[in-house]
Design a binder for this molecule. Structure first.
Ligand SMILES: C[S@@+](CC[C@H](N)C(=O)[O-])C[C@H]1O[C@@H](n2cnc3c(N)ncnc32)[C@H](O)[C@@H]1O
Length: 209
């Protein structure tokens, strides 16, 4: 990993649809958050191509090595970003379950993609009314759905990179296929989401309290 440039590393891991540009574009078309927190980000700096201020958190050593070349990372982002401002990028090379040196309630958007149960330990950093964008690959969306501090306000629908935010008919989501009592214990044991009758590539929750 050390020998490749920042650009080549990003392309290696996030070429084409793997960059999930459609997901980030759909979010950016819907809301323009001031501060974004992306725990378990690995080196997925696609977020900084559409959002000017992003804090990344990951304890992987290759992620730490990538972000140690922060000048190169910022230069790469600057060449590809879609907004006018100078990108602000911060990386914390630690666990998102430990203390993140950022003020509580200071983020407008929290991202949880394919990286475990982020919604609970990182809730404190999200403003009241701030948005959690979460998928269910590791069960985090299921966990959020039973957390009374969060309220479902939208989903990201579509295929591939053609995604958009939908805010209607949300009652149809998070209905288990089988009669199951969804608990945190069950979800942590399974480490993946449970099956629902209707699903979406990602879900949008508001921090309600
Ligand atoms: C499968 S990758 C997903 C990366 C990125 N979110 C994406 O969608 O491409 C999972 C990442 O989560 C990170 N991760 C898992 N648990 C973590 C923790 N407790 N603290 C920080 N990072 C964590 C891993 O190091 C890894 O880089």
């Amino acid at each position: 990993m050390a020998t490749l440039s920042v650009e080549k590393l990003y392309e290696k891991h996030y070429a084409g649809e793997k960059a999930r540009r459609g997901f980030f574009d759909a979010l950016a078309a819907w809301r323009q958050p001031n501060r974004v927190l992306y725990p378990g980000s690995f080196i997925q700096v696609t977020a900084s191509l559409v959002f000017p201020s992003v804090v990344y958190v990951d304890n992987d050593r290759n992620a730490k090595r990538f972000f140690s070349k922060m000048d190169d990372v910022v230069s790469f982002v600057t060449r590809h970003k879609v907004y006018r401002e100078k990108p602000e990028m911060v990386f914390h090379g630690s666990s998102y379950e430990a203390h993140i040196p950022e003020p509580d309630g200071s983020f407008d958007l929290l991202i949880s993609l394919y990286a475990g149960f982020i919604s609970k330990p990182c809730k404190r950093y999200l403003k009241l009314g701030g948005i959690l964008a979460v998928n269910n690959s590791h069960g985090d969306a299921s966990l959020v759905s039973i957390d009374p501090d969060y309220e479902l306000i939208g989903v990201i629908q579509g295929r591939g990179d053609r995604l958009r935010v939908v805010e209607e008919k949300l009652d149809a989501y998070f209905k288990p296929k089988k009669q199951t009592v969804v608990t945190e214990e069950l979800l942590r044991k399974a480490n993946r989401g449970i099956g629902y009758t209707k699903t979406a590539p990602a879900y949008l929750f508001k921090r309600a309290r």
